[in-house]
Design a binder for this molecule. Structure first.
Ligand code: NDP
Length: 340
C-alpha cells in the first residue's frame, strides 16, 4: 500500500535537452523490509546526471528520478530479521536520527528508501553537507587511485580537469601519497586551485598543448598513469604521453564518448587501459562500508578537503542550472542541492 503523503522529487520523463528535467510529486516511500528511509538534507550533483538526462547513458524506465548521492537523517530502519541479524548490518549500528550518506540511484527526492547495505553512518566531524559534497567523487578518486591504478610515491600522474570534483580529490590523494601530479585545467583561475590542492605542474589547456607540456616535464618519458574524465577529446593524446608499461584510466566522457580502438595499439608501449565505474568497486556491503569509512578518515585527517562551488535550490530550475554549470567548464569543485 502506498502512502498518501507526498514528497517532491526531481527527474525526467524522457531524455533530451534541459527542459526534460521536472519536479515530480510522488507518494512518500513505503520501504521494503530491507530498506532504510532517509530524510534528505543535501544531494550531490555529478556529471552522470547530465549523461542520464541527455541520453549518453540510456534510460529505459520513466519517470526516472535523477541523483546518485545524498546525505540526511534516518527516519526508518529495516524490519527484516535476516537484515537485523546480519553481521554487516550490525556493524553499521544504525539508529533513527543518525546522520548518514548513501550512493545509489534516484536520490533527488525529499525522502528516499535505499537498501541498508548502501547506507553508512557519518562520523561526528563530517556534516551531511560535506558528505553529499564528497561521497561519490571522493570515492571515485579513492577507488580508482587504488584499484584502477595504485598510485605510488614518486609516480608521475596526469590528472585531467584537476579543478573539478573528481579531479580535486584525485590530486589531493595522489599528492598525499608522494606522487608528482601534472594537472590540466582550462582557465587561469583553475590553475591556482589545482596548485593549491597539490599539483606540482599545471597545464592550462586553453593556452598550452598537453602532449608537448607533459613530454617536456617528464623528459619525454611520459607519465606512469593518466586519469582522464574528458574522454573523446583527449583519448588519442594519452597514447603519446603514457610511458612504457603505464596505465590509462579512462574514467569519463565530459567531451563525449571515446572512439573505438584496436587493442593492438596497447602493445606499442605495453600500456594497460582500464575503464572502471565506481559502482563496480563499491558493490558488496563490506566494500561500501569500508570505502566510505576510509574516505571519511581521509576527510577527518585533512588529506582530502572538499571544495564546494555552489549550493542550488531543490527545484527543477536548480537542477537545470546545476547541469548548465557543470557542463560549462566554469565550475570549481562540487555542486550540491540543498534539499531540506
Ligand atoms: P567536474 O566537476 O570535473 O566537471 C566537469 C569538468 O570536465 C569541467 O569543469 C571541465 O574542466 C571538464 N571538461 C573537459 N572537457 C569538457 C567538455 N567538453 N565539456 C564539459 N566539461 C569538460 O565533474 P565530475 O567531477 O563530476 O566528473 C569528472 C569526470 O569524472 C566526468 O567525466 C565524469 O563522468 C567522471 N566520473 C566517472 C565516474 C565513474 O564511475 N567512472 C564516477 C564519477 C565521475 P576543465 O575545463 O578544467 O577541463
Amino acid at each position: 500500500m502506498s502512502s498518501t503523503r507526498t514528497i517532491k522529487a526531481i527527474g525526467i520523463k524522457s531524455q533530451g535537452e534541459l527542459d526534460v528535467i521536472e519536479e515530480l510529486e510522488l507518494s512518500a516511500p513505503t520501504p521494503r523490509d530491507d530498506q532504510v528511509v532517509i530524510k534528505v538534507e543535501y544531494a550531490g550533483v555529478n556529471f552522470i546526471d547530465t549523461y542520464e538526462r541527455a541520453g549518453v547513458y540510456k534510460v529505459t524506465a520513466f519517470p526516472k528520478i535523477l541523483g546518485k548521492e545524498a546525505a540526511g537523517t534516518v527516519i526508518s530502519l529495516p524490519t527484516s530479521r535476516a537484515v537485523t541479524e546480519d553481521n554487516e548490518y550490525q556493524l553499521r549500528n544504525l539508529a533513527i536520527g543518525d546522520r548518514v550518506v548513501t550512493i545509489d540511484d534516484g536520490l533527488f527526492a525529499e525522502e528516499i528508501a535505499v537498501p541498508w547495505s548502501k547506507v553508512v553512518k557519518l562520523p561526528d566531524n563530517v556534516t551531511t553537507k560535506v558528505a553529499a559534497a564528497s561521497a561519490l567523487q571522493g570515492q571515485t578518486a579513492m577507488t580508482f587511485a587504488t584499484e584502477a591504478y595504485d598510485i605510488q610515491k614518486d609516480d608521475i600522474i596526469l590528472v585531467y580537469s584537476a579543478a573539478g570534483g573528481v579531479g580535486i580529490n584525485l590530486t589531493q590523494i595522489a599528492a598525499s601519497r608522494g606522487a608528482t601530479v601534472i594537472a590540466t585545467v582550462s582557465s587561469e583561475v583553475k590553475t591556482e586551485v589545482a596548485r593549491a590542492n597539490g599539483a606540482k605542474h599545471v597545464i592550462n589547456t586553453s593556452e598550452q598543448n598537453v602532449v608537448d607540456e607533459v613530454l617536456k616535464i617528464t623528459n619525454r618519458e611520459g607519465v606512469h598513469a593518466v586519469f582522464d574524465g574528458v574522454g573523446k577529446d583527449t583519448f588519442e593524446d594519452n597514447f603519446k604521453i603514457i610511458r612504457r608499461k603505464g596505465t590509462f584510466v579512462s574514467l569519463g566522457n565530459a567531451s563525449g564518448v571515446p572512439p573505438l580502438f584496436q587493442p593492438l595499439r596497447l602493445g606499442e608501449k605495453n600500456i594497460k587501459l582500464v575503464r572502471p565505474r565506481l559502482f563496480g568497486y563499491i558493490t558488496t556491503p563490506e566494500e561500501i562500508r569500508t570505502y566510505q569509512n576510509k574516505y571519511d578518515a581521509l576527510l577527518g585527517s585533512g588529506v582530502v578537503k572538499p571544495v564546494i562551488y555552489k549550493e542550488y535550490p531543490f527545484t527543477a530550475e536548480g537542477v537545470k542550472q546545476s547541469q548548465i554549470d557543470i557542463t560549462s567548464r566554469g565550475t570549481i569543485g562540487k555542486l550540491i542541492l540543498k534539499v531540506a
